[in-house]
Design a protein around this ligand. Structure first.
Ligand code: G6Q
Length: 542
């Protein structure tokens, strides 16, 4: 990248190769305060990164040079910033309250009215199901909801339903079937009874192979389990932008919840794609989730860049990837209910910014999205944290925790928090050879033993992390946390120059299997494949 700020950042990085975070904390008693920020109920401490005030000044100059504020405003103004699909990007409108002074306008039309119409439809339906008014064909209350969808029509709702289990309706269990592997559907259905099960077929396009295959098999199961074909309408609803295909499938469009092409799949949990969430936690809970995200949006839209949480989080990420050679990012939520967060963020970040050309189609000259991965703490500590502490690659970590737990076991929560805080401290501070010597001497080891063991017990430290703290995990705070990551991804996309809203790699996957599946079905392998592909096809057919 040839901007002056980029060059200045490169020079700055080489001049500070020997920077030790621990020294910086010792030098600057205000470092923790200087490098933390609170917004919309989320507290972010980014002080344990290899940064100085000068680093942040240069990163903010980079944000200005890349036009972050202008791009943000263009997105919010309904411009078709998703150039390769010629679409606007207005998921923020989904969480804009009816009474908000802000309007999201597309081609001269305020989209708020449509959003509110679908929310009202969702409220009516979810209330009926939750209160036992909506019943199955045999008159029984619904007890199980199966969301059939994949990718953006699965990961967001699933992550949120898991995260907000504390708030879920006691009669309703929500299941998620995404994989076309029949095992997923079979195992889920084996536990269920057709007359108390409601299926949500969630697909923006309503043409996705996996989802339609699962939906057809679910309908067959419903009928084979004694459900009457005339009762399908009471057991199957759809969430889609494609009314024609929904009708073709046989779902009454009165039971279809719409959304629009200006909502990207991975940004759609705020739309009717979140129907499973609204069924589980109720429409008031769903609207609290939207309100949390809206509060973060307003912060993002109005705070100056140097006091703007998504911008700062994005810049620290860019610093780590592009100037400190981190090509991987670990997400460690210290909250069991956030156990799907890393999977969700994998899609959000890697599908949005896993690109190697810029918006104009030119090859990028710098790295873009890192590999995102993770597991909840403390589990990760007993597994891959070894590599985070002593591996040859430096991998930044996002620690996420809630000050107050939702459960009834306060001692567990205290221990959880103690572990979370201890890990970020240890990654940063490390353990010097001198400390190892003292430790081993105290254990009574002799000089030769100490000499042999020291390299193994030494921790270089100086490893970067962010810590995000919520008061507690609620619909509102979760909404703000997710919106924080969404807007971070947006800012990073602007800085890397990519279109964060298309996904041609995913579209490719949707095409590829069709040809091979047709050949597997016919039993004939065409000559058009390479040797390996042909051999694999022949092997699975034999
Ligand atoms: C998301 C992606 C992708 C998509 C799925 C499902 O941004 O485009 O993950 O959500 O492929 O697509 P449908 O909702 O159209 O079935």
């Amino acid at each position: 990248m040839k901007t002056p700020a980029w060059a200045a950042l490169k020079a700055h990085r080489s001049a500070m190769q020997n920077l030790r975070m621990a020294d910086e904390f010792a030098r600057d008693g205000q470092r923790a305060q200087r490098f933390s920020i609170e917004a919309a109920g989320v507290f972010l401490d980014y002080s344990k990164n290899l940064i100085t005030p000068e680093t942040m000044r240069l990163l903010l100059a980079l944000a200005s040079e890349c036009g972050v504020a202008n791009r943000r405003d263009a997105m919010m103004a309904g411009e078709r910033i998703n150039l390769s699909e010629n679409r606007a990007v207005l998921h923020m409108a989904l969480r804009n309250p009816a009474a908000s002074a802000r309007k999201y306008v597309l081609d001269g039309v305020d989209v708020g009215a449509e959003v509110q119409r679908v929310l009202a439809h969702m409220r009516e339906f979810t209330q009926q199901v939750r209160e036992g008014i909506w019943r199955g064909g045999t008159g029984r209350e619904i007890t199980d909801i199966v969301n059939i969808g994949i990718g953006g029509s699965d990961l967001g709702p699933q992550m949120v339903c898991e995260a907000l289990r504390t708030f879920a309706h006691p009669r309703l269990t929500v299941h998620f079937v995404s994989n076309v592997d029949g095992a997923a559907l079979e195992r889920t259905l084996a536990k269920l009874s057709a007359d108390t099960t409601l299926f949500i077929v969630a697909s923006k396009t309503f043409t996705t192979q996996e989802t339609l295959t699962n939906a057809r098999s679910a309908r067959d199961w419903f009928v084979a389990s004694g459900g009457r074909a005339t009762d399908v309408a009471k057991h199957f609803v759809a969430v889609s932008t494609n009314a024609v295909e929904v009708e073709k499938f046989g779902i009454d469009t009165a039971n279809m919840f719409e959304f629009w092409d200006w909502v990207g799949g991975r940004y759609s949990l705020w739309s009717a794609i979140g129907l499973s969430i609204a069924l589980a936690i109720g429409m008031d809970g769903f609207e609290a989730l939207l309100a949390g995200a809206h509060a973060m949006d307003e912060h993002f839209a109005t705070a100056p860049l140097d006091a703007n949480m998504p911008v700062l989080l994005a810049l620290v990420g860019v610093w780590n990837v592009n100037f400190c050679a981190a090509n991987s990012q670990c997400v460690a939520p210290y909250a069991q209910d956030l156990h799907r967060l890393a999977a969700y963020l994998q899609q959000l970040e890697m599908e949005s910014n896993g690109k190697s050309v810029d918006r104009g189609g030119n090859a990028l000259s710098t790295a873009s999205c890192p590999v995102i991965w993770g597991e909840p703490g403390t589990n990760g500590q007993h597994a891959f944290f070894q590599l985070l502490h002593q591996g040859t690659s430096v991998i930044p970590v996002d620690f996420i925790a809630a000050t107050y737990g939702n459960g009834a076991l306060p001692e567990h929560h205290r221990l959880l928090l103690a572990n979370c805080i201890a890990q970020s401290e240890a990654l940063m501070v490390g353990k010097s050879e001198a400390e190892v010597h003292v430790e081993l001497r105290a254990k009574g080891l002799n000089a030769a033993e100490i000499y042999a063991l020291t390299p193994h017990k030494f921790f270089a430290g100086n490893r970067p992390s962010n810590t995000m703290l919520l008061d507690s995990l609620t619909p509102q705070s979760l909404g703000a946390l997710i919106a924080l990551y969404e807007q971070k991804v947006f800012v990073q996309g602007v800085i890397w120059g990519v279109n964060s809203f298309d996904q041609w790699g995913v579209e490719l996957g949707k095409q590829l299997a069709k040809t091979i599946d047709a050949e597997l079905k016919s039993g004939t392998v065409s000559g058009a494949h390479d040797g390996s592909t042909k051999a694999l096809m022949q092997r699975v057919m034999s």
